[in-house]
Design a protein around this ligand. Sequence first.
Ligand code: SF4
Length: 319
Amino acid sequence: MGIFRGNVKPGNRETGIGEFMEIILAHNLGFCPGVQRSFKLARAALSGNRKVFLLGELVHNREAIGMLEKKGARRIEHPDQAHPGSIVVSRSHGIEKQHLQALFERGVSVVDTTCPRVKKVHNLAGELEKKGFFLVILGNPTHAEVTALISHLVSLPLVVGDDSSRWEKEIEKIPEYTKVAVLEQTTFPRQVFLKFQDFLKGHGIQYEIHDTLCPETGLRQEELDRFLLSGAIQSVVVVGGKHSSNTKALYLMSQNKEIKTHWVEASSEIHPKWFAPHERVLVVSGASTPDFQVNEVKKTLESFDRQNIHQPQKDQTYE
Ligand code: SF4
């Protein structure tokens, strides 16, 4: 088995391709900068003597949360559960305005770890609202980022999900004669964003669209797309939490191309029977997947056969 980082030339023995199967690790793996920042802030909060609570799922990854819990953090779902005088760490997806208020009223210190990219979308939405735009948010209405964004607005936006069969009905809710601005949940799949843009054309709506997708998740999706289009991989292992929407986006992208795709949260879920001899396997991860989890997956794959780790140049292309 050969393990590679990034793109490799199929059939090039000199790159270390093994006998059993070939493993390619994507370049964009592990925590994204926003999640890394949240995690770091949570750990810093835990280094003091005060009780630390995590409001909601800090990152969509059970093992990463488990690590913080082992250091003494306790997860809560509502501000009322935080002890007065304690520290509450909010998530990278943002914090709802009413939760922030409730925490201050309880005499709790808040470590707001909202990702700066998410904050930027909040600010943009606020500005557009002030300018009189009716906001359409392309995203999952129950996702923490979307609920937090809505809570900071004065008006109620229209949230449109990824099910294109519902879009026709959804846009009927847009008030007539209003200026419309479209924003996206930062982790939504780019293909849905492009499809929605096409859909809006020819519907007689005056709108402006703001590309608020996070480049971090875009990079992962683009990299996967390049591999899928190359036709040179036979299966994909997606590593990440089952609640992570950007991990789900990677999984769906691969599945839609009818490539054998396995979505795992932990290395223990991987089975050697999934892979055929000489199969080329790509490993990708969501933005909330810690490096250690990717490394464990790598080690498990290595253990299935002899291994030969190789890291080709980043700009090396597929042929
Ligand atoms: S995916 Fe992007 S927006 Fe979301 S936390 Fe990471 S860096 Fe921030």
